[in-house]
Design a binder for this molecule. Structure first.
Ligand SMILES: Cc1ncc(COP(=O)(O)O)c(C=O)c1O
Length: 415
């Protein structure tokens, strides 16, 4: 049984923005006539996730088992008034934090890993597989699989595997088998290692290995971001926030979050779209990955290897090689189709912040809130600080989605 105050705040349904978009969402496309990449999706995703990916229904019931797991991993996450931050900034309005770093895995990623692993296990699959760069997504997948009684395998980009051994340890504790990618476990990995034994790996290679592993071993592949179903699962963030501000009697004026593939941002802001028509929404990206300002709105591959279908989104090109910024989760070349459409229509604004400003913002924020936020979340925080400094005398209520903690990313402060 859930405690009643939590029962009240964790939503009963996920919200899918697709039917409420200003125009129909362009569907995914296969590259070639044989439609193979769309068929790959059919074979590797849990059937229920695939159905949710293409549904036009506005609400999807959250299974009771998943709601219960949400509670166990720390949902609802807190909405915190950052009053010391307001004072330090001399801001006339109020600042609130929706703190996704308070989940047991330390980020929002668990919100979608849990239902995906749940559906896979209910469909009789014994193992799920995915890739991870910085480790947040792999950690969420590892725990979600464990909680649903199935195994997991995570292909982890080799440089991160070597640089972040603690992340690997956490995944191992949850029972996951973590493989540095490129690996000898797939044909794709072996081919790369044939040419270069000490290849550092990339997210594109790791995705290709995970997808190949799922296809050849009849396992299910879990999606970390970008796709509609993932943003739908992440809508728990925004829906909880709306209930929390209702309880506190707060009117929202400005919502700020960071964008990698767009899942924490979409999950946070989309539930506000219909009811709060004047709320300002600001998507913060990395200047080093300027997808909205320098990318184009076009059909492009989801993954670097071009195995998965193409989707219509803002993209810098699936072969875009970002600089090695610390916010690994923001290095993705594109952004979710629904979010891309709303940016194109001007409903959502975007801003860019570079790593030095993010580092300063993280330090300033930590001293006023106690939270050492994830480098990705640091972009949202830096954008919020800029906003406040430019509007000191406004009395607007700002809500920042702090997507994760940075406890495994502390070396950003040493460089
Ligand atoms: C803490 C954190 N925030 C944000 C992101 C960006 O992803 P998304 O845009 O899908 O929320 C990531 C991705 O790895 C992350 O780990």
């Amino acid at each position: 049984m859930m405690e009643s105050y939590r029962e009240e705040i964790i939503p009963e349904n996920w919200y899918n923005v697709v039917p409420d978009l200003p125009e129909p969402l362009p569907p995914p496309k296969s590259e070639s006539e044989d439609r193979s990449s769309i068929e790959f999706l059919n074979r590797i995703l849990p059937a229920e996730v695939l159905r949710q990916e293409f549904t036009f229904s506005r609400y999807e019931k959250i299974p009771e088992e998943v709601r219960e797991m949400y509670r166990i991993v720390g949902r609802p996450t807190p909405l915190i008034r950052a009053s010391l931050l307001e004072k330090k900034l001399n801001y006339s309005g109020k600042i609130y934090l929706k703190y996704e770093g308070a989940t047991v895995t330390g980020s929002h990623k668990i919100n979608t890993a849990l239902p995906q692993a749940f559906y896979a296990s209910r469909e009789g699959v014994d193992e799920v597989v995915t890739e991870t760069g910085a480790g947040q997504w792999g950690t969420a997948t590892a725990l979600a699989a464990a909680m649903n009684g199935i195994s997991s395998k995570v292909f982890m980009v080799r440089v991160s595997y070597d640089q972040k051994p603690l992340r690997k340890t956490v995944m191992n504790i949850y029972g996951s088998s973590v493989v540095p990618s490129p690996s000898m476990e797939t044909e794709f990995g072996r081919k790369i290692l044939d040419h270069s034994m000490d290849h550092p790996g990339s997210l594109g290679i790791a995705i290709s290995e995970a997808v190949e592993y799922a296809l050849t071993n009849n396992k299910r592949y879990l999606l970390g971001s970008v796709m509609n179903s993932v943003l739908t699962h992440q809508s728990v963030i925004g829906q909880e926030t709306i209930r929390q501000i209702e309880i506190e009697g707060i009117e929202p004026d400005v919502l700020i979050g960071c964008v990698g593939g767009g899942s924490n941002f979409g999950g946070f802001v989309f539930p506000f779209l219909k009811r709060f028509r004047n709320v300002e929404m600001i998507a913060s990206t990395a200047s080093e990955v300027p997808k909205f300002s320098k990318g184009s709105y076009k059909y492009d591959f989801i993954d670097t290897a071009g195995i998965l279908p193409r989707i219509r989104m803002y993209s810098l090109g699936s072969d875009f090689v970002p600089s090695g910024i610390y916010a690994g989760g923001l290095r993705y070349h594109g952004a979710a189709p629904s979010l891309s459409l709303l940016v194109k229509k001007g409903r959502i604004k975007s801003e860019e912040v570079s790593e030095p400003e993010v580092k300063d913002a993280l330090r300033f924020f930590a001293a006023a809130t106690g939270i050492v936020a994830a480098p990705e979340s640091g972009h949202a925080i830096a954008t919020a600080l800029r906003y406040v400094k430019g509007n000191l005398h406004e009395k607007r209520n700002i809500i920042i989605n702090v997507s994760g903690h940075g406890n495994f990313d502390l070396s950003i402060f040493n460089r």
